[in-house]
Ligand binder design. Sequence first.
Ligand code: RP5
Length: 172
Amino acid sequence: MSPPVPPIGIAMGSDSDLPVMEDAAEVLDEFEVRYEMRVLSAHRTPGVMKEYAEQAHTRGVKVIIAGAGGAAHLPGMLAASTPLPVIGVPVQTSTMSGVDSLLSIVQMPGGVPVGTVAINAADNAALLALQILGADDPDLRDQMIEYKDALTDKVEDMDERVRERSSADEHS
Ligand code: RP5
């Protein structure tokens, strides 16, 4: 029997996007949620990309995270051909610092949304994908609550350290 299809698909336009998209994979590893990774180019392998988008939900994928840079048409073109939620990650380019990718991904026409995170924020894309899955998965939702509690603890520690430093300065 073949293993079940992972609920999250991570797609990217080129393997040059991989260093950024690995951040999404790391978050999913942390939550022990399985994913599949593909290089699918909207411009260089449009047929393969369309087939992936059209079939993902029939195979059991539930959310697609898509990263691309420059013209960055991949997230939008996937969204055009899938009923699944697509989260776009604008990958930073050397020429325009990723603003080109961001605007390209975020400016979708009405009716074909792509949820867009900040430039290179593949980690946030993964967290959002987990939150979407968690809406219907109490264990995953509990893990997300723990994650957020840990963030709160971290910032409270920061606050304590900064406040200690300022009162030490006051008395020096
Ligand atoms: C986009 O063009 C890719 O997503 C990548 O960010 C950018 C450059 O691709 P390569 O020239 O590195 O293959 O399609």
